[in-house]
Ligand binder design. Structure first.
Ligand SMILES: *Cc1c(COP(=O)(O)O)cnc(C)c1O
Length: 398
């Protein structure tokens, strides 16, 4: 008989029932160091006092109002995002999938309003993940995610990731925009080379098309900057973000320049739940913490400590790990064994990590991680790799 909860996930046997800072507790009493953060969501760890206070206060005041009305929290958060990014304006919704879909809609609408409705196609990359709506599946590259859900919406062209020549060659008279993740997340924590985003910006300017960034996973301070593209020294026209934005409260946002957003006239787009007072209280509190002087510089600094130590473990166990890659606190370790074997061992050794494509195990810890937690995580990784290497050794097999 089918379970009451739809069986569309491969889940652990235990449930997580409580969290505090860097740790979560399971219903069987075990405690885990959380190096996955709900897949880059709990940016301030679990139950951060500032988030709890903001949400509790808001819960006593006002939960939801329609976007038929001005929502005061939206104005404060949008002002903060605009003041700290390339954007002139922000749209709020509830998830990464919706944020990317909105970015795609905006790109089409932009050309429509400029009298170029034939420009509707989006170029995206192999290895990309952009969410689970039909449109986002069409933009993404996973045949597995698309299986049985066709036909896909039309209008998406794919090129190899990190290849500017292929990108340029794919632009046609029908191209509306280029959509890319600065660091591919689900695809296996692959960072674009430094010139890739810059080259895309140049292509977009040359052909009059829009640059769309999917920073659903890379945003909210994950790489040591508010948004990962800041490292490349270029700005997009439209950016979708979500995951870490509410520190665990579901919320997404689309940031855009005035030029890219001016076709979004009243009635053109909307969301019932987008930007509720509750969501805005969480985002406001989260941004106040990560935009405080020194916070993101510290993320960059601890990330380097993590990278150094992970690099040493990778070098020590070549039969288990082959590479460490990514950016900031978005780290992938490519495995020589099946990635889920390592994820399982890490659970046994008290640390939560997240599998990704290309046989990678991800670490996406809360941004508040301290060096003591890094030592704990690396010790568990060393132990897990030693156990796996031992299981692989010829004496044991013989
Ligand atoms: C997670 C993710 C999405 C989808 O976000 P949801 O909130 O699950 O809809 C889209 N793009 C990227 C890069 C992501 O990592």
């Amino acid at each position: 008989m089918i379970s009451a909860v739809m069986p569309n996930y491969a889940r652990t046997a235990f449930a997580l029932v409580r969290g505090e800072g860097m740790y979560v507790w399971a219903d069987d009493g075990r405690r885990f160091l959380d190096m996955g953060a709900g897949i880059a969501v709990n940016s301030l760890g679990h139950c951060h006092p500032k988030l709890v206070a903001a949400l509790t206060e808001q819960a006593k005041t006002l939960w939801h109002v329609s976007n038929l009305y001005r929502v005061a929290g939206q104005e404060r958060v949008a002002d903060l995002l605009v003041a700290n990014s390339f954007a002139d304006t922000v749209f709020f919704n509830n998830s990464g999938a919706e944020a990317v879909e909105t970015a795609i809609k905006m790109a089409r609408r932009h050309h429509f309003a400029a009298g170029r409705p034939e420009r509707y196609r989006i170029i995206s990359c192999d290895g990309a993940f952009h969410g689970r709506s039909l449109t986002d599946l069409a933009a993404g590259s996973s045949e597995k995610h698309r299986e049985g859900f066709g036909p896909m919406p039309e209008g998406f062209d794919h090129v190899p990731f990190d290849n500017l020549n292929a990108m340029r060659a794919a632009v046609t008279e029908q191209t509306a925009a280029i959509l890319v993740e600065p660091v591919q997340g689900e695809g296996g924590i692959r960072a674009a080379s430094p010139g890739f985003l810059k080259g895309i910006r140049e292509i977009c300017d040359e052909f009059g098309i829009l640059m769309l960034l999917d920073e659903v996973q890379t945003g909210s301070g994950r790489t040591g900057r508010l948004f990962a593209h800041e490292w490349a020294g270029v700005t997009p026209d439209i950016l979708a973000t979500a995951k870490g934005l509410g520190g665990g409260f579901p919320v997404g946002a689309v940031l855009a320049t005035e030029a890219a957003a001016k076709a979004m006239t009243p009635g053109s787009h909307g969301s019932t739940f987008g930007g509720t007072p509750l969501a805005m209280s969480a985002v406001g509190a989260m941004l106040d913490v990560i935009l405080a002087p020194g916070f993101l510089a510290r993320v960059d600094k601890v990330a380097r400590v993590l990278w150094d130590k992970l690099g040493a473990v990778v070098a020590k166990y070549p039969s288990v790990l082959t590479e460490v890659r990514g950016q900031g606190l978005m780290v992938g370790m490519r495995c020589a064994v099946e990635n889920n074997v390592l994820v399982g061992r890490m659970i046994d050794n008290g640390v939560l990590t997240v599998p990704a494509g290309d046989n990678v195990v991800r670490m996406l810890p809360p941004l508040v991680i301290e060096e003591s937690h890094i030592e704990e995580a690396v010790a568990a990784l060393d132990k897990s790799c030693a156990e796996i290497a031992h299981d692989l050794s010829p004496e044991k097999a013989g």
